[in-house]
Design a protein around this ligand. Structure first.
Ligand SMILES: Cc1cc2nc3c(=O)[nH]c(=O)nc-3n(C[C@H](O)[C@H](O)[C@H](O)COP(=O)(O)OP(=O)(O)OC[C@H]3O[C@@H](n4cnc5c(N)ncnc54)[C@H](O)[C@@H]3O)c2cc1C
Length: 423
């Protein structure tokens, strides 16, 4: 059986491994972290395509997968609802999906502590060389190693993430610790829009994946502009070391946390400010990334390694699932026909070229959509006189509409690119 080496054991790598196995490949995942990732991650948006792909991997998307929100609202600074619209979204959690996908893969085919350093290719095979001194050979290598992809760095060193000019502060709070004044908004998809900023909050499964009332969590994403100098200060730890690629939550200085909590009290609707105060917030700088190519001989890039979608469309996981689907479909014949024999470089390269011809336009479209949704926030670093249209002011109704009643923008891109047959 042909062997696929999947680099990166997050959602993209897991989707690829499951779908390639269905396509006749023996896929093995290599993740650099030493420990299981289950305890990580916060809320995650879902889309119909994600549900379809999960089902295809044998995972039921039932009521334990997420929490349905039926209304999207906008609160003013005083906490009054100033606009509301119907919504039809299911909010899940990164760890809920990770746990389901990981446990459905044989343990020996998900290897932790395997940090890829380099890739070598010859006519017969591709070889992954790891930091622990070992190497693995396969017929295909899938780079699902995220924003700072080692795989991409080797083939596209000029393609680097570009900072979008703002960060996302993230916070989660157990339902049991929710302040009383927040009970009414818990099950809503809630916006609060301080000048130049954007916050949204929604319920997600509990840390253990529990969706039962009383055991869920509340998730906040608060977008705040930060110029590169301010970002560097925020990314500097207590010892003075700068973590330019993003600082681990545990290293964020207490002054930075205290300052954002004080801003929350000053700028946010009281229930949201109180949730934020009770939580242990952390931030992620927002980046754009668009790869000009995604197939290099026997090597393919998928998920965040290829394209990074700003979180406004809530589609990072869905895009990774879609990439993995296209990849596995293009490789199906190669995997099945080669049973017992080596697959040729031409077979794999041909299948990957077909994959890239479908994935690249789709990736560009979804990145463009996410940039458009974040344009107002990025523009906050521009002088006022240079801002145009939506960069100057927001149409709150359209914003709620995009996030609420009209929640299948990804479906529109899938249809426009003729990809419905995959889902
Ligand atoms: C721990 C974690 C928590 C997350 N939580 C959320 C969340 O709560 N909400 C949300 O919307 N999105 C979250 N994301 C992002 C989300 O998973 C992605 O946007 C989406 O699923 C597509 O991701 P990906 O698998 O392509 O890349 P990523 O999710 O970035 O995963 C890349 C994986 O590759 C591994 N890796 C990197 N370099 C190497 C290397 N050299 N060798 C081996 N392995 C390597 C990383 O450790 C990581 O596990 C999270 C990602 C991670 C890694």
């Amino acid at each position: 059986m042909s062997r696929a080496l999947v680099i990166g054991g997050s959602l993209g790598g897991l989707f690829a491994a499951h779908l390639l196995r269905r396509s006749g490949w023996h896929a093995v995942v290599f993740e650099r972290n030493e420990d299981d990732l289950t305890g990580r991650g916060v809320g995650l948006g879902t889309h119909p395509q994600l549900v379809t792909v999960l089902r295809r991997t044998g995972i039921a998307f039932d009521t334990t997968m997420g929490i349905k929100v039926t209304k999207v609202v906008c609160l003013d600074r005083a906490g009054k609802i100033i606009l509301e619209q119907p919504s039809a979204r299911t909010m899940s959690a990164w760890s809920r999906l990770y746990r389901a996908l990981r446990s459905a893969l044989p343990a020996q085919d998900y290897r932790l502590g395997k940090k890829l350093l380099q890739i070598e290719q010859d006519a017969d095979r591709v070889t992954a060389i790891f930091a622990d001194g070992t190497s693995e050979r396969g017929d295909l290598l899938v780079g699902a190693d995220g924003l700072r992809s080692t795989v991409r760095e080797q083939f596209l060193p000029q393609t680097q993430p570009v900072y979008a000019g703002y960060v996302a502060w993230r916070a989660v709070l157990d339902e049991a610790r929710l302040p009383n004044e927040a009970r009414d908004i818990f099950e809503l998809y809630t916006f609060c829009l301080p000048e130049g900023e954007q916050l949204l909050g929604y319920p997600v499964p509990g840390a253990d994946g529990n969706t039962v009332c009383g055991h869920r969590r509340y998730n906040i994403v608060w977008y705040r502009p930060a110029d590169p100098l301010a970002l560097a200060r925020m990314c500097t730890d207590a010892s003075g070391q700068l973590h330019a690629a993003g600082i681990a939550p545990s290293l964020i200085r207490s002054e930075v946390i205290a300052a954002v909590k004080a801003d929350a009290q000053a700028l946010l609707a009281p229930p949201l400010a109180e949730i934020f105060r009770r939580s242990e917030p952390f931030f992620q700088p927002i980046f754009d990334l668009e790869s000009p190519a995604s197939a290099f001989g026997r090597v393919a890039l998928i998920g965040d390694a290829a394209f990074v979608v700003r979180p406004h469309v809530g589609a990072g996981a869905t895009k990774a699932a879609i990439d993995a689907t296209i990849l596995a479909e293009c490789l199906t014949r190669v995997g099945e026909e080669a049973a017992g024999e080596d697959v040729t470089s031409e077979d794999v390269a041909g299948a990957l070229a077909r994959f890239a011809s479908v994935q690249l336009p789709f990736g560009r479209d979804i990145v463009a959509l996410s940039r458009q949704q974040g344009a107002y926030l990025s523009a906050q670093l521009k002088p006022l006189a240079q801002r145009r249209g939506g960069e100057l002011r927001r149409d709150i109704e359209a914003l709620l509409h995009a996030h609420g009643s009209r929640s299948d923008q990804i479906g529109d891109i899938v249809a426009a690119r003729g990809l419905e047959a995959y889902f």
